[in-house]
Design a protein around this ligand. Structure first.
Ligand code: ISL
Ligand code: CA
Length: 536
């Protein structure tokens, strides 16, 4: 089918349904809640909505453990609600991207329940072994769980058994699922941990601090084959696109998944720029050094065919708390980050709440957290005798719940009329949609301007990327076509800096009321987008 390639011009907004908007007062975000906010999204200017999983799930990992791919989690609504969402969104020119989690299912999926019986035809839907191997999992600890006399593989929680992609039946079932959703008119899939789904062998792995065994399942040829099949048999029959979530990929491995001639995915989420403030693994944070980040961004911009640009998602701390300053320069730094993300080459993704500068959660104790990953790590750290204070500090900095606190619609919250499933940040009093919309100087309006500007700007949509200057805190790059050059200048620090190179041009957007480049001083977190003067 002819591809409209909306994804090349579009801006994607990620919704974490549990936390976006509750319509019935049970404290849990739901589909009717999303429907009630479609006009808000339309006004913001985004055109694709990525929904984190809304399928039936026992919620061990909040929807990333699916027990029925073709039905809706009753907490979120019904299939009628979902059909309504897809239709109403479409009428407004918004397309829905669904999360496709096919590395694993829930252990409560009927396939797995059957698979536990050694003689069942479903046995080979999953990966069973008489003896475990030495692999270690994403949420720490062993990756094998015993049932009867055998063990099954789970790279994530034990309630997320890995599917066996060597079984053609699994391929058949997942194709059915994809057709089911695409026929409803969705615009494609975000494919969860897609580069680890194929396990070439189950041999012991080389010992690593984390993810022992990964060489047996990371970026395997079998995975490329699966993706080509899904593309040919399913996706190419629709006007659809895919973004793969890919762990631990290099630029080369990313290109191998997305170059058009490969006919696999359209783009991937990589993590290298999310790892610049950590040592070895995400639990050990080090100070954020902008220069490291710029280098990674610059490399990916230049080497990778088409990037999926993002600063945060439901697994990451809030971007303004992490890469900006969520206290003194909250407004300025959130706007600077927005300008960076939306002027890079590729498809920009905005995570819910980022457009108003939502910050990390303000949890008082680990007990307030709901994320399985945080609790697993806490248990492990306790076992290793980490003192309570240190555990608290470490987990508060990194917990995925930082991104999952309820959306702050107005001063009193506005997410639910009941008790939210996860603590609402008290700063909703000052950081909320209502106030943001009223104030023309707000972060929200900065996003709106940027989105509008980008949508109609050929240079921002398709221009090449060139780094012009990088030092400890300053990042300057251009986007150019034959006829036009745009330049983004960012001071990624609170220190006052001089613009280090000679630049002139018309200011198109700034976060400090700047009208021209006469003043060569960059204020704290100042960011400026200019059009070069000699450009036609
Ligand atoms: O979460 C990460 C870093 O904080 C990454 O290691 C990686 O994104 C993650 O472990 C994989 O994430 C995806 O699959 C998981 C699910 O828990 C996440 O929410 C999802 O985004 C298992 O399905
Ligand atoms: Ca609800």
């Amino acid at each position: 089918m002819k591809q409209s390639e909306i994804w090349k011009k579009g801006i994607v907004y990620q919704i974490y349904p549990r936390s976006f908007k509750d319509s019935n007062g049970d404290g849990i975000g739901d589909i009717q809640g999303i429907i009630s906010k479609l006009d808000y999204l339309k006004e913001l200017g985004v055109n694709i909505i990525w929904l984190s999983p809304v399928y039936c799930s026992p919620n061990d990992d909040h929807g990333y453990d699916i027990s029925d791919y073709m039905d809706i989690n009753p907490e979120y609504g019904t299939m009628e609600d979902m059909n309504e969402l897809i239709e109403k969104a479409k009428v407004k020119g918004l397309r829905i991207l669904m999360d496709l989690v096919i590395n694993h299912t829930s252990d409560e999926h009927p396939w797995f329940i059957e698979s536990k019986k050694p003689d069942s035809p479903y046995r080979d839907y999953y990966i069973w072994k008489d003896q475990p191997n030495n692999w270690s999992g994403f949420f720490s600890g062993s990756t094998w769980e015993k049932v009867g006399d055998s063990y099954y593989l789970h790279l994530f929680s034990k309630k997320q058994p890995d599917l066996n992609w060597k079984n053609p039946k699994v391929m058949e079932e997942i194709q059915k699922v994809m057709h089911f959703w695409l026929q409803k008119g969705i615009y494609g899939f975000r494919c969860d941990v897609i580069n680890i789904i194929y396990k070439t062998s189950l041999k012991n792995g080389k010992k690593h601090i984390a993810l022992t065994g990964k060489e047996h399942y990371h970026s395997q040829e079998g995975c490329h084959e699966i993706l080509r099949t899904l593309r040919k048999e399913v996706l190419d029959q629709y006007d659809a696109f895919t973004v793969g979530e890919t762990v631990l990929v290099t630029t080369k491995q990313a290109n191998d998944l997305i170059l058009p001639e490969r006919k696999e995915l359209n783009m991937v989420f990589a993590f290298e720029h999310m790892e610049v403030d950590q040592i070895n693994n995400k639990w050990f944070k080090t100070k954020f050094k902008p220069n490291k980040w710029m280098k990674v961004i610059s490399l990916w911009q230049q080497e990778v065919y088409w990037n999926a640009n993002y600063l945060g998602n439901h697994d990451q701390p809030r971007s303004v708390s992490r890469f900006g300053d969520d206290k003194v320069y909250h407004q300025e730094s959130a706007k600077m980050l927005a300008t960076l993300n939306l002027t890079l080459k590729g498809t920009p993704y905005v995570f819910e709440g980022e457009e108003i500068g939502m910050t990390d959660g303000d949890f008082k104790s680990i007990d307030e957290l709901m994320d399985i990953e945080s609790h697993r790590i806490n248990a492990l750290a306790k076992k290793l005798m980490f003192p309570k204070k240190i555990r608290y500090k470490m987990i508060m900095k990194t917990s995925r719940d930082n991104a999952r606190t309820p959306m702050q619609w107005h001063r009193n919250g506005g997410f639910t009329s009941g008790k939210p499933w996860l603590k609402m940040n008290e700063n909703t009093k000052v950081i909320n949609v209502e106030d943001n919309m009223k104030n023309p100087e707000s972060i929200y309006h900065h996003y709106r301007k940027l989105i509008a500007l980008r949508k109609n700007n050929e240079t921002l949509l398709n221009g090449s990327f060139k780094p012009l200057y990088m030092n400890k805190n300053i990042f300057i790059f251009s986007r150019y076509t034959k006829h036009d050059t745009l330049i983004t200048i960012s001071n990624m620090s609170s220190k006052i800096k001089k613009i280090p190179i000679d630049l002139s041009g018309e200011v198109m957007l700034s976060n400090y009321h700047r009208e021209n480049l006469d003043d060569k001083t960059l204020k704290a977190y100042e960011s400026i987008l200019i059009r070069k003067e000699d450009a036609q």
